[in-house]
Design a protein around this ligand. Structure first.
Ligand code: FMN
Length: 208
């Protein structure tokens, strides 16, 4: 089994990376392969609502010159994925937001019933908002999220400071172990219990 971890921090080796490394370590102990992909420092175009992905054969994004299509393919192929982001002005840092809008708009249908979770890091305030924003993508992508003892928000400012937040680190470690367990349960369950039937999405926008 394989899990892709998305580092949405502009800093490749900051607290987000430490949170993801911590989760990856726990997953590896359970013989789960991991692949950490850093998207947070790259110039990533925002979604332009062109609709190209809705009609293109494999639901690819129209922009081919940044890491979105390639990274999304890794997420589609994986058994699960984890989103990590730092808090910038009370929310997801910019490049990661652009990545997620395009990743989930193109690929929610491929993520359905995968195991997925999110972790946010923060200096002081806004970590929970960031986590909830990340969880919005997971929920609307119809993914399944494991439990945790507390919100998966870690505290730190300078690179590596998250290590000095023992409760945050413990929460992240325990969450990773829950992730590994759920991944195995879902993998076993999918072999004997079919996914619930799908139906065409009905869109209403409250004015017609
Ligand atoms: C542009 C910018 C905006 C930030 N906004 C917030 C904020 O709203 N709340 C907060 O507590 N920390 C804020 N921070 C601090 C980061 O969330 C914190 O340093 C975090 O650990 C960075 O994660 P990283 O090490 O993975 O880059 C901000 C940092 C930057 C550079």
């Amino acid at each position: 089994m394989r899990v892709v971890l998305i580092n949405g921090s502009p800093r490749a080796t900051g607290n987000t990376r430490l949170a993801l490394d911590t989760m990856a370590e726990e997953l590896k102990k359970e013989s789960i392969e991991t692949d950490i992909v850093h998207v947070g420092s790259q110039p990533i175009h925002g979604c332009i609502a062109c609709g190209y992905c809705e009609t293109s054969p494999e639901h690819r994004c129209v922009f081919k010159d940044d890491p979105v299509n390639e990274t999304v393919e890794k997420m589609r192929q994986a058994d699960g994925f984890i989103l990590g982001a730092p808090t910038y002005y009370g929310g997801i840092a910019g490049a990661m937001k652009c990545f997620l809008d395009r990743a989930f708009y193109t690929s929610s249908g491929y993520f359905r019933y995968k195991v997925a979770s999110a972790v946010a890091v923060v200096r002081r305030t806004g970590g929970l908002d960031t986590l909830h924003q990340l969880q919005n993508y997971l929920a609307l992508g119809e993914t399944i999220t494991p439990p945790s003892q507390y919100w998966t928000v870690g505290y730190g400012t300078d690179k590596g400071e998250l290590a000095e937040d023992p409760e945050g680190m413990q929460t992240i470690r325990k969450h990773a172990r829950a992730f590994a367990w759920l991944l195995k349960v879902v993998d076993a369950g999918k072999k004997s219990v079919p996914l619930p039937p799908e139906e065409a999405h009905i869109y209403t926008n409250f004015i017609r």
